[in-house]
Design a protein around this ligand. Sequence first.
Ligand SMILES: *Cc1c(COP(=O)(O)O)cnc(C)c1O
Length: 490
Amino acid sequence: MHGLSPRDQIKLEADEMREMGYRIIDMLVDYNGAQSQFPVTRALDQVTFDEILSEPLPENGSSWQDVLEQFERQVLSTIDHLDHPRFFAYIPSSSNFVGAMADTLASGYNIFNALYPLGTGAAQIERLSVSWLHKLVGMPEGAGGLFVSGGAVANLTGLAVARQVLLKGDMQDAVIYCSDQAHFVISRGLRILGFAPEQLQEIPADHNFRLPVADLERAIAADREAGKRPFCIAATAGTTNTGAVDPLADLADFCDRENLWLHVDGAYGTSACLTDHRKMELAGIERAHSLTWDAHKWMFQPVECSAVLVRDRHWLGDTFKDTAHFLADAETHSKKEAGEEMNYMYQGIQLTRYFRALKFWMSMKVFGLGAMRQAIERGFKLAEMVESLLRDAGQWEIVTPAQMAIVTFRYKPDNGDQTLADAVTDQLMGAMATNGFAFASTSKLLGRPVMRMVTNNPRTTPSDLRQTVTLMGRLAADLERRLSRTQATH
Ligand SMILES: *Cc1c(COP(=O)(O)O)cnc(C)c1O
């Protein structure tokens, strides 16, 4: 056989690889060093998007320079920067460069982290990282867990384990409870697992947007009375809307008494465990049977990086273990040498798995827990500062005060007109997206629109906050003028 050209072997020459790699590193360093000078958002409609980026699959390749240039021009220029110091919308992902480089290594060496004998060090790093998370939360010896793509999959995994361990697969009449502030991925996860919609009971939250234990107890007693089988409570530690934390210790007591599974969706809030005094706000979280913790939200990792933790590591194997003849030898080999929990293909949904633990481990090692702890504490402080800036500005009503680095608020017109307040609050997000200097998002609480600011980026400065609050005030006043004028002409 004749030798193939490098291109036909799907590779680049060494010089080209170096040049491409250095060019990309330069781009990333330039971006990370000067993020605040970039617009946060790039509002584009779908039509424009279709115009700028649609093409047939090319039969012949082109130069990497051309493709990288197209990426810069048509992709980079159209993304919102979740790691920008003035991105306060949804739940920001502030990321870090070490984590991004770890991702490059994980992909560059194409590390397959599914079966312990195929990558001993990698499996060990995942086990070690998960054990660090257990310690931070305060979960017992013998707890297990693994890294997954995000909170959606972590919750799905936790609920799948609950179903297997408590129900042994018999889902008839089983009921799961959460508050109406739970993230939608809980109900979606249950749907994927085959539960009918009526098997999830959403209890209306109390005035602090927490799951009310007394109402929950009543609902469960009534369901038992009706012959149903309550089996799981899906609590939230730090709701996406307001940062509210369900009363975890009371729920854990109740679950113990009633033999229920406590799943805690701490995708966002679990990170408060890094600091001792903030951890008190999460008291009881260590008693969860299963727990979701997104490292790409408040542990400064690039997307995708989340962990699902369970109190007994055998539960994962009980749920996900299977056998395949083509892997039998590798398994026998691995049983001799290591705990089954290191064969990650049997601990969760994925078989082929990317080495996500690497970025967590590497950035923890490079920055240290001390820096991470201060970065988390800073998030709390920044939110308290936003709250006081908003109060001082006099144009805003605080709906929920700073908790877990989230503040929610509404526009407060001088005349107190709530319909106008709704309209201004609703349209402010769009006005911010068009402006591009800073970005926050809206949600609904008790049927009315609210703005949310989430301040979990440790690179956000007090000046960023002041300028953002000033900008929002100006945009809101513009909106109010425009809306009042339209009303007047009708
Ligand atoms: C963000 C979030 C999720 C979803 O997590 P992803 O990482 O986006 O998949 C689930 N629950 C809560 C409370 C969240 O904040």
